[in-house]
Design a protein around this ligand. Sequence first.
Ligand code: FAD
Length: 288
Amino acid sequence: MKVVNCFNERPVISFEIFPPRPNASEKAIERFYNNLDVLAGLKPAYISVTYGAGGSDNNSGTLDLCCYIKKHYGIEVVPHIPGINFTKSAVKAYLEKLKTNHIENILALRGDLPKDGNIKGDFQYASDLVSEIKRDGDFNILGACYPDTHPEAKDSVEDIKNLKCKVDAGVSQLITQLFFENDHYYQFLERCELANIDVPVQAGIMPVVNERQIKRMATMNGIRLPQKFLRMMAHYQDNPVAMRDAGAAYAIDQIVDLLSEGVDGVHLYTMDNPVVTERICGAIKTLI
Ligand code: FAD
């Protein structure tokens, strides 16, 4: 099923997960699949699976994991494809595998620039990959977008023009980069409206459990951290359990506000963490 059809019943709640690292120990893999059981039991509308996110080489498990989720839980999947890692012929071969496995959805990305800066693939921008996928078959294509503006864009106007080109190339739904200030998302939706971007835009929400990790991600991705969020992290940085609980509470607060505003959907960056994801889903169960 094409997951764009999920928006017939809004709001759409979906998850992002990471595949285990290729060199993960047996114990870590077992833990991963136990966690996946819990996440799947929360019945998200679909699960998206990252591909080497963060510029790492953690790329081998995406397709296998998607097939496993679809077969084992009957949940729709969205493999991420970062174009900078793919040649044209590699994309063609990958799409064939998706067709064979009845996977109809793709999150088409440019990809995080690799640490050594060397781009191996044929696609400079996500929109180039979108056009290539469109030529090759009947896929439902998702794209990424940036309420705090993509860090490489000159400004928010240029970024939204580029986003319009990507949507026009064939993207039918968008997922935002994580953000911690809902007003930035609402202002971004206004810019989308002005640019005639009229596909559903799911809000990407990440519950924060680790201060160092989020500060690194924020710096890398140009995500603005509001004062009240920084205060919260500074206060609980030495107490991991309190940080986890405060991070979940902050995410719930954001989601309640988004749902009250009639958001198209929320894509939870689960970081494969079942405890926090379960807590968030429990808290919003009656609001959907
Ligand atoms: P693009 O849409 O190509 O945009 C990148 C930059 O180029 C922007 O500044 C844009 O304004 C500009 N631009 C776009 N088109 C043009 C043009 N025609 N001319 C000039 N400038 C242009 N990375 C991974 O490696 N693996 C993952 O699994 C992964 N998952 C992600 C999931 C989500 C929901 C999000 C939000 C990001 C994810 N990323 C992942 C990170 C993503 O690859 C990076 O944010 C990357 O820097 C940009 O990707 P994009 O697809 O948005 O690129």
